[in-house]
Design a protein around this ligand. Structure first.
Ligand code: UD1
Ligand code: CA
Length: 460
């Protein structure tokens, strides 16, 4: 394999986004357009990656914050050829340069490999595509005899006849570096837009007797660029549709493939079922037979086999064991580890806590900074008072504890093994094992109690 350099053009304005955020930083499936392109580029293990930036200033390099990238500022922006010229000092003398675009996020690695194979380290290779609606794109001009590529003509510069050409330039190309160093300084800006067109290197290649090859992507969406929120939303749908189809093909049951959003990576075991309107963010792993109820949001979560998540649950940065029952309306926050067969019911919030096998908190509780043992029953409305206004403290609940409803556990505190806490208690001290502890005012009754009566209004 020849040395590979990758240049990503990302200096454009993106005026039609109507946003202060630079275009390439807008998210698609939870990550910026540019991050998608960078991930694809990195998969090809290039010698170096140059990113040409300009509009939006330092926000782009600052947000991406990758020291291995070579950031090249282009100011002013005088066209795609001019953009590439700025990177010339960084490009190797030999090898191949692959040109990608920060606003074309979904080109597949396989397609780029195909393009580089067409370049074979010595030809100029263009990624082209036949479109029914080619207007706006540069057109691929081929010779009438033999059909060899002879030029790319921009839409704005094209003749009426050339506008009929349906083969378009996607902009993505692979260029042998030995020629690139020679061609770029020869570009001129005598055209409709007064820009230095990268596409003019095709005519230079023809002049120099260098063969111009073409490769095509398998899918039209691979070359779609983003210029507006309408296009961004449309490409998001395409991406989600592709992700959903991939899950279906792996055997995952989706109640409705058009109502699932994956903003990261979702790995599923066998016989996983996902109901409608679930969102998966970051890295989510679902074990065999896991079921996810409607409207649930899971971010960076590992769920072991057999667990059922009921609707409207929100789970983030957590490990959920086997055969658990979660939700509906459960909120599981970062740092939570549930062992197997744990039940977390409705309106229960768990944060930075570990809960051992078989324990249950079924209703309306807050469990924060706690270590909960096995077979513990936490009654409705129980709260760990973990925060004193300045510091967080730990609550330890040992195995086989039963905590009555509406108990407050003032941390730091330990409820020892087998203890029972009476309902409504405020526990401020460690409790002994295998005993009943309760803190509750004694109940009393006043016989014949008369309720106050409303006073008659004095006056007129
Ligand atoms: C370009 C191609 C056209 C192709 C189309 C595909 C040229 C001359 N034309 O046209 O043949 O069909 O893409 O979408 O290359 N950019 C910079 N600096 C610049 C100018 C552009 O970084 O000075 C970046 C933009 O951010 C954008 C990309 O290059 O990501 C393409 O620029 P744009 O002006 O949109 O090119 P088109 O006119 O669409
Ligand atoms: Ca342009």
């Amino acid at each position: 394999m020849p040395k590979l350099n990758i240049v990503i053009l990302a200096a454009g304005l993106g005026k039609r986004m109507h946003s202060t955020l630079p275009k390439v930083l807008h998210p698609l499936a939870g990550r910026s357009l540019l991050s998608h392109v960078l991930d694809t580029a990195r998969t090809l293990v290039p010698e170096k990656i140059c990113v040409v930036y300009g509009h939006g200033g330092e926000t782009v390099p600052q947000t991406i914050a990758d020291k291995k990238l070579i950031w090249v500022k282009q100011e002013p922006q005088l066209g795609t050829g001019h953009a590439l010229m700025q990177t010339l000092p960084h490009l190797d003398k030999k090898g191949v340069t692959l040109v990608l675009y920060g606003d074309v996020p979904l080109t597949r690695v396989e397609t780029l490999k195909k393009l580089m194979a067409a370049a074979a380290a010595k030809y100029l290779a263009l990624l082209t595509l036949e479109l029914d609606e080619p207007s706006g794109y540069g057109r691929i001009v081929r010779s009438s005899k033999g059909g060899k590529i002879t030029a790319i003509v921009e839409d704005k510069d094209a003749s009426k006849a050339q506008r009929q050409i349906r083969e378009i330039n996607t902009g993505i190309m692979a260029i042998p570096n030995q020629y690139l160093h020679n061609w770029l300084p020869r570009l001129e800006n005598r055209n409709a837009q007064k820009e230095y067109y990268l596409t003019d290197i095709v005519a230079l290649a023809v002049k120099d007797g260098v063969r111009v090859e073409a490769a095509q992507p398998d899918h039209a969406w691979e070359i779609l660029g983003i210029n507006s929120k309408v296009q961004l939303a449309a490409l998001e749908r395409i991406y989600q549709n592709e992700s959903a189809n991939r899950l279906l093909e792996q055997g995952v049951t989706l109640a409705d493939p058009s109502r699932i959003d994956i903003r990261g990576q979702l790995a599923c075991g066998s016989d996983v079922a996902i109901d409608i309107n679930c969102i998966f963010e970051g890295l989510v792993q679902l074990g065999d037979n896991v079921r996810v109820g409607a409207h649930s949001i899971l971010k960076d979560v590992e769920v072991a086999a057999g667990t059922v998540i009921a609707p409207f649950s929100h789970i983030e940065d957590a490990e959920i064991g086997k055969n658990c029952r979660i939700g509906p309306y459960a909120r599981i926050r970062p740092g939570t580890r549930l062992a197997s067969e744990v039940h977390i019911g409705n309106f229960v919030e768990v944060k930075n806590s570990s809960i051992a096998a078989g324990s249950k908190a079924n209703h309306l509780s807050y469990i924060g900074d706690a270590v909960v043992g096995k077979n513990v029953n936490i009654g409705a409305g129980t709260i760990t008072c973990n925060y004193d206004g300045a510091n967080k403290h730990q609550t330890i609940i040992e195995d086989d504890v039963f905590i009555g409803s509406d108990t407050q556990l003032i941390a730091p505190v330990t409820v020892a093994k087998g203890a029972t806490i009476g309902a409504g208690s405020t526990i401020t001290k460690n409790t002994p094992p295998e005993s009943l502890t309760l803190s509750r005012a004694k109940q009393m009754s006043i016989a014949g109690w008369k309720r106050p009566v409303k006073k008659a209004k004095s006056g007129k």
